[in-house]
Design a protein around this ligand. Structure first.
Ligand code: PBG
Ligand code: ZN
Length: 326
């Protein structure tokens, strides 16, 4: 107790402050999301996400080179297809947008990059929901069957890790079985286990053109008010064979990240979503905050909360700064 204890003693010398730092950000912690569109020579900025682009496969290859240059090696791909239908069937096509992107990236970079794919149907359905619907409900058991098919086609095209994001019950089990039955027993599953029905996804839906055409996702994504339910969701996915868990969004759910981390021994990812990115970028542009410092502090807070891995649109610029030693 004071005056014997003076906690400020440990903060006087900058090197001592570094020495005593408990949490660190590393480039290896990041997964960088990319949006792939059909066509050639396309690089179109997402209006609500400055610095984030929809890109055709040829541009994505250039993007991958830039990522490697700054030491960023884990990417997650989202596809925007040419055509949509009620079942999102282009999600499973051998020559679908994601499958094309996977093949092209693998051909160019082999194992220098780790490719995650977001596994869902909302970008591929004309109604924008995460699976086939009947009336206004998404059909759970039909969707998880189809997720198995989609997962297989991703693996066949070169995906290294499958990340199902649709919040369907049994999705991990169904995907695991489809992969195991088809020689992909070594492909891990990163489950979006705890995903809330969040307004923070707004800008993403511009980027991925996946806004639901009616209703919302509250019959499958979680109520932001719930904490105990997060543990039930994660426990299910652990039991079904998930290799890694995810909490999403990150910043408004730091308590949930800590909770899941304390309950389960699986590696934990947190998705710092589009709205988190847009808020910081927006305030930075207006000069209301020191953008770089706020970005680093925010990402650090997500790690401190318990995330081992962070999916973030800031990954590339942060990796760049790390090279320059900020
Ligand atoms: C698809 C999916 C979404 C995000 C990742 N995968 C959107 C949604 O569920 O509506 C959101 C990512 C972000 O906001 O950055 N199911
Ligand atoms: Zn979806």
């Amino acid at each position: 107790m004071y005056p014997n204890t003076r906690l400020r003693r440990r903060r006087h010398h900058p090197i001592l402050r570094d020495l005593l730092q408990e949490t660190h950000l590393r480039k290896e912690d990041f997964i960088y999301p990319l949006f792939v569109v059909p066509g050639e020579g396309i690089k179109k900025e997402v209006s609500s996400m400055p610095g984030v682009y929809q890109q055709s496969v040829d541009q994505i290859i250039k993007e991958c080179e830039e990522c490697l240059k700054v030491g960023l090696k884990s990417l997650i791909l989202f596809g925007i297809p040419e055509t949509k239908d009620s079942k999102g069937s282009t999600a499973n096509h051998e020559h679908g947008i994601i499958q094309k992107a996977l093949r092209a990236i693998k051909k160019e970079f082999q194992n220098d990059l780790l490719l995650f794919t977001d596994l869902c149907f909302c970008e591929y359905t004309d109604h924008g929901h995460c699976g086939p619907i009947e009336g206004d409900t998404v059909l759970n058991d039909e969707t998880i069957e189809l997720l198995g098919v989609q997962a297989l086609s991703h693996c066949e095209a070169g995906a290294d890790v499958i990340a199902p994001s649709g919040m369907m019950d049994g999705m991990v089990q169904s995907i695991r079985k489809a992969l195991d039955d088809n020689t992909f027993q070594d492909i891990p599953i990163l489950s979006y286990a705890v995903k809330y029905a969040s307004a923070y996804y707004g800008p993403f839906r511009d980027a991925a053109e996946s806004t639901p055409q009616f209703g919302d996702r509250r019959t499958y994504q979680m109520n932001p008010a719930n904490r105990l339910e997060a543990i039930l969701e994660a426990a299910e996915d652990v039991a079904e064979g998930a290799d890694m868990l995810m909490v999403k969004p990150a910043l408004a759910y730091l308590d949930i990240i800590r909770e899941v981390k304390d309950h389960f021994n699986l590696p934990l990812a947190a998705y710092s979503v589009s709205g988190e990115y847009a808020m910081i970028k927006g305030a930075g542009r207006l000069g209301y905050i020191d953008e770089q410092k706020v970005i680093l502090e925010t990402l650090l807070s997500i790690k401190r909360a318990g995330a081992d891995i962070i999916l973030t649109y800031f990954a590339k610029e942060v990796a760049q700064w790390m090279g320059q030693k900020v």
